[in-house]
Design a protein around this ligand. Sequence first.
Ligand code: FES
Length: 159
Amino acid sequence: MANIDICGKQELKSVLERFRPERDQLLPILIDVNRKFGFISPEAMMEIAEFLDIPVAEIHGVMSFYHFLGTEKKGKYVIRLCKTISCEMAGKERIVRILEKELGIKFGETTKDEMFSLEFTNCIGMCGESPAMLVNEKVYTHLTPEKVIDIIDELRKRG
Ligand code: FES
């Protein structure tokens, strides 16, 4: 087996044991590994490829199609700010600035303590209440810089 430093060899093995070693199991395996570790490391991809006896390139192909399958470790709270037109026009840039200032990172990055990641997303269907963002699965709307500060404070308290 390939060396799995980042996400735990034994834990990955226990995930794979729940599946048949057949190609049609690829997506369910990727979803499970992503859920368990928060991302799918290159080492995990190699293990999965070996388990299913498929090329690693096939895993890359599936992962590039499903954007929720990440290749890098993300924070406990993944903040996804809508970058589509209604939110853009409703002051998205102000929200970008306050998020980056409050968290000390840029979009596309994760804080050192692995608490927060910042990403953009396309429209999340809340255009009438823009600007809007998701924190993991929770939706926040009518964002203002003050509201964003309160949300971050609340998440930090929650830990
Ligand atoms: S454009 Fe942002 S929620 Fe639709």
